[in-house]
Write a protein that binds this ligand. Structure first.
Ligand code: DAH
Length: 345
């Protein structure tokens, strides 16, 4: 076997087993490089006779081209094999079931509150907040409930000291707002309140209210009725009726307890557990702000009048969604909550 044939066979064989671009490059250098085997043979032609040279030169060049194109082919084949392997490795199997991400949703108390806030904000009210740990002065005194007033009995709470307590209603925000802002005032105050009540079907020691207060010249009970009518039809649906029953709150005069026609039976009362057959359910307390409260809070009661109301949010949500037990709102059982989340929980 002559030298050219042996280089050809060796290099094609080595190329066959080359498994990487680096190995191919090594082979190129070994055979075709400046110090390569084929280059050495070409140099050796100097010792040949002038007749032999052209034919031998042609053979060497032909071999060089053959090896070069074999190198190129191998390199292309390697590249496409690598690409193929990568594509295969990266293929997505779109038939594999996905991992479901459970989506949360607003708690029914929060969505009820959200609906109320939106309704009042649309009527021009702004939202005020106050502290849950409150001074006796704001929670009672300025609302016309001096120490030892019997109306305090219904609102027992936790005391941190003689004058610091967990607020029993959102009404102290009325006093706070009147002291810092002159009329016209048009606010609502949503928030958590506390009482020394046992947890049962309709009571909780911590619950939520939404207070409202409007003070301006010429405000009358008709404004209160109109405002609450909008609230009732937005929250319970059109066609719901309101009923004002005379009542007593130290901070309003006159005062009313306000009922809506029972959303469960449509007000007929027939066999209705929710309204106990009366056709009406109480949702809030309201009234015209007692002039004494206005005066204590620095507002001229000869010039200004106002109305106020306090809505029970749990009570409203129970009626809106026909929930028979208030405790369900606090237990966070997903089977209960999922019913308010369009099945997303
Ligand atoms: N604060 C009262 C309560 O918690 C509710 C209430 C009644 C608020 C009449 C008012 C109101 O602003 O005018 O029982």
């Amino acid at each position: 076997m002559d030298a050219l044939t042996s280089i050809r066979e060796q290099s094609l064989e080595a190329l066959e087993s080359a498994a990487s671009e680096a190995e191919i490059e090594q082979l190129r250098v070994r055979i075709l490089g400046r110090k390569g085997e084929l280059t050495a043979i070409l140099r050796g032609m100097g010792q040949m006779s002038a007749e032999e040279r052209p034919a031998f030169g042609q053979k060497v060049n032909a071999l060089r081209e053959e090896i070069e194109s074999a190198l190129q082919e191998k390199s292309a084949a390697l590249e496409s094999a690598q690409k193929g392997a990568r594509i295969k490795a990266e293929t997505l199997d779109i038939s594999v079931p996905g991992t479901a991400q459970p989506l949360g949703a607003a708690h029914p108390l929060m969505s009820t509150m959200g609906k109320m806030v939106k309704t009042f904000v649309r009527m021009g009210f702004s939202v005020e907040e106050g502290p849950e740990i409150e001074l006796d002065r704001f929670n009672f005194e300025l609302l016309n409930m001096p120490k030892n007033h019997p109306a305090r009995d219904a609102q027992d709470t936790l005391y941190f000291s003689e004058n610091i307590l967990l607020r029993t209603h959102t009404s102290p925000v009325q006093a706070r707002t009147m002291l810092k802002q002159k009329p016209p005032i048009r606010i609502i105050c949503p928030g958590r309140v506390y009482r020394a009540d046992e947890l049962d079907l309709t009571h909780s020691p911590a619950f939520i209210q939404c207070e409202g207060l409007v003070i301006d010249e010429g405000i009358t009970m008709a404004d209160l009725k109109g405002t609450l009518a909008v609230f009732a039809s937005e929250v319970f649906g059109e066609g719901v009726r309101l009923r004002f029953r005379p009542s007593f709150f130290p901070f309003t005069e006159p005062s009313a307890e306000v009922d809506v026609s029972c959303p469960a039976c449509g007000g007929s009362g027939e066999n209705c557990r929710v309204c106990k057959g009366t056709g009406w359910v109480e949702v809030l307390g309201a009234g015209m702000v007692n002039p004494r409260v206005l005066e204590m809070c620095g507002i001229d009661s000869a010039k200004y009048t106002g109305f106020a109301f306090g809505i029970g949010v749990e009570r409203t949500a129970m009626l809106k969604y026909n929930v028979p037990d208030m405790r369900l709102f606090y237990e966070n059982d997903r089977r209960f909550l999922a019913q308010f989340s369009k099945g997303r929980l």
